[in-house]
Design a protein around this ligand. Sequence first.
Ligand code: TRP
Length: 449
Amino acid sequence: MNNQNNRAVFVTRLGAIAATAGSAVGLGNIWRFPYEAGTHGGGAFMLCYILFIFILGVPVICAEFILGRSTRCNVFGAYKAAGGRNWKLAGYIGILASLMILSFYSVVAGWTVEYFIQSASGALDFDNQQLYHQYFDDFATSSWRPVLFTVLFLILNFLVLIRGVTKGIERVSNILMPLLLLILLVFSINSLTLDKAGEGLAFLFRPDFSAIDPSTLLGAMGQAFFSLSLGLGCMLTYGSYFNNRTNIGRTALTTAILDTVVAIMSGVIIFPAVFTYGVSPAAGPTLVFEVLPAIFHNLPGGVIWSTLFFFLLFVASLSSTISMSEISIAYFVEQRHMSRRSATVLNTAIALVFGSLCALSFGPLRNLTVGGMTVFTLFDNMSSNVCLPLGGIIVSLFVGWRVKRPVISDQMTSFGTYRIRVIGALIFCLRYICPVAIGIIMLNSLGII
Ligand code: TRP
């Protein structure tokens, strides 16, 4: 993967888009987006989120692609190869945050494994919403079940990484992800027929401008970065695998649109049901797991829908955790000269320890808090609201100020293949708009501005 002379390349245009969209689409869209939107007041959050995806997200994805493809390196090598010896911070943020995200992400992915198994066995089929709440609560507060499923998920992740069958997973997910889109569409239509669909849609789409406060802005920005896999060098690495004809701007835009469509569909599925079944939209990380099974229960053939859905969500999570793991594995191998096997063991071992702490933070460790946040929430907030935006500032500044304009131009036009008229605007965004806007939102949320 990281051998400079023997680097993999995505041959087709579809391959590049499928890979980046595959990395972007995951639990971030289906689990995290509705819960963040729900806790930050719905419509106002949604509006800020969409603005950030296109104003900040798209330029930053382009910056990562430009840096990746022009250097053909991993996140550490890329800054160095582009003349940024002193920009190591970007690499360290990448490893730290990718390990934090892997830890809590595996917990939620573990929940999908548990829900898949329980759906298939028919155990997840109740007549009353309260019982779904109860079920999740019993599961998540148990002293061992969430840990067991986190460990199980991390072992699967490990096996895929160690066998180097990443390509196989990508191929599988290229078939399964369109299927996921299709069933999300079916569920969206179904949700529109629920009793309180109007109320749910109004919550999601009617912004209450007075509800926009610093935490809404920060939450929406963190969600935009998380959902687009930005700020850690994940997209940079994918960019390094693009062939020289891949249209960077178009790939960035297509990924952003697809990712946003999935998030919106997820909102359209969840919020009508939230109001119909009387669940609080601000229920937090557990929201989707309490609401989705009830939606499936009310569909004809509910057990089959539910089993299929949780299986697809599991595959989507696995393809995301593989891409996250690769960041720290590449670091251990290339900078610390470990074998790939030891690097993978170390990556998994760290995630096992911290993932278990996250898994227990809904039950036995719920009182272990830092600044009022459990370990799970701390990792989630620290990575999305601090590390990813910080990584975004660094890559914008670096590509905007340090990478020479002809290099940016060659990358954006694929060496003259495409006519791109927005290069000046892109550089302006990367130099000024992205770093300043991200900086202001971060400082604002800390109460400094
Ligand atoms: N974007 C993915 C999701 O929405 C998660 C993800 C994968 C990610 N790789 C990443 C998040 C790198 C941040 C950085 O589920």
